[in-house]
Design a binder for this molecule. Structure first.
Ligand code: IPE
Ligand code: IPE
Ligand code: MG
Length: 260
């Protein structure tokens, strides 16, 4: 056995732990409705689930966690629910930042923040700034985020560079686009989880999830705890990622031996 990497023998199962987990946290409304509670109670319970999942990720040495909190399509919900969701977001930022900082977590918010009230934008900026030194878990919360928006904003930035004569159209490669996306520099999601039973992507990380392993569970988000998370990780660990190769090639790559 080789040297240990964060307590795990090199050459064995470290690669079986995803570096980046992305989660569509769905099912808050149904969780509340089943208890004859207002939908908002489900969103509040959802915040508790977020706190726990962040802790599990820290314990399991996961590098990046990206959570879908509010999609660019969620503005279509009743105005009252949207307002309550934004209030809850503000409250959670106020409450959690200290704990995140203590745990060496770096928090970033992904999405078009310009649509948020000024107070919330300022709060987001302050939270990002105060955790900017965090070198542990990289926590990303997607709010007013859409995968198509992300690609469009990246392409728009490249177009500005072309217009300024800093870039030729030929230089617009996959890498160039990827470098302008929301979390350029961090690894792409390895494991993409959706709770709540629906099996769709709902415009989450479209570009970045091109090779993510998808995992759908019926568990509603407020009930997604250590056991459910463990099951998702076990499912990930049992899969062979081939990236276009044959399973034989992938096995050889896993074992660290070159294959023809
Ligand atoms: C996910 O839960 C949270 C947000 C989209 C903000 P939902 O509110 O979509 O819950 P369901 O799907 O109605 O149960
Ligand atoms: C996706 O959930 C967005 C978030 C979890 C924030 P939705 O519940 O809004 O997705 P759809 O509309 O059912 O696809
Ligand atoms: Mg939903």
């Amino acid at each position: 056995m080789g040297a240990t990497v964060k307590g795990i023998e090199a050459g064995d199962d470290r690669r079986r732990i995803p570096r980046h987990v992305a989660i569509i946290m769905d099912g808050n409304g149904r969780w509340a409705q089943r208890r004859s509670l207002p939908r908002f109670a489900g969103h509040k319970a959802g915040v508790e689930a977020v706190r726990k999942v962040v802790e599990f990720c820290i314990q399991r040495d996961i590098e990046v966690l990206t959570l879908f909190a509010f999609s660019s399509e969620n503005w279509r919900r009743p105005q009252k629910e949207v307002g309550l969701l934004l209030d809850l977001f503000m409250l959670a930022l106020n409450r959690e930042v200290k704990r995140l900082k203590r745990n060496n977590v770096r928090l970033r918010i992904l999405g078009d923040k310009t649509a948020f009230p000024d107070k919330l934008q300022a709060r987001i900026e302050a939270a990002e700034k105060s955790t900017a030194e965090g070198s542990g878990l990289q926590l990303q919360v997607a709010a007013n985020y859409g995968g198509r928006w992300d690609v469009a904003q990246a392409v728009r930035r490249l177009a500005v560079k072309v217009q300024a004569g800093q870039l030729t159209p030929e230089a617009i490669t996959e890498e160039a686009i990827a470098a302008e996306l929301s979390f350029a520099g961090l690894p792409d999601p390895d494991l993409f989880i959706r709770t709540g039973g629906e099996q769709r992507l709902s415009n989450f990380l479209l570009w970045q999830s091109a090779y993510a392993e998808l995992y759908f569970t019926d568990t509603l988000w407020p009930e997604f705890g250590e056991q459910a998370f463990g099951q998702a990780l076990a499912s990930f660990a049992s899969r062979q990622r081939r990236f276009g190769q044959t399973s034989e090639q992938a096995r050889a790559a896993d074992a660290g031996t070159p294959s023809g």
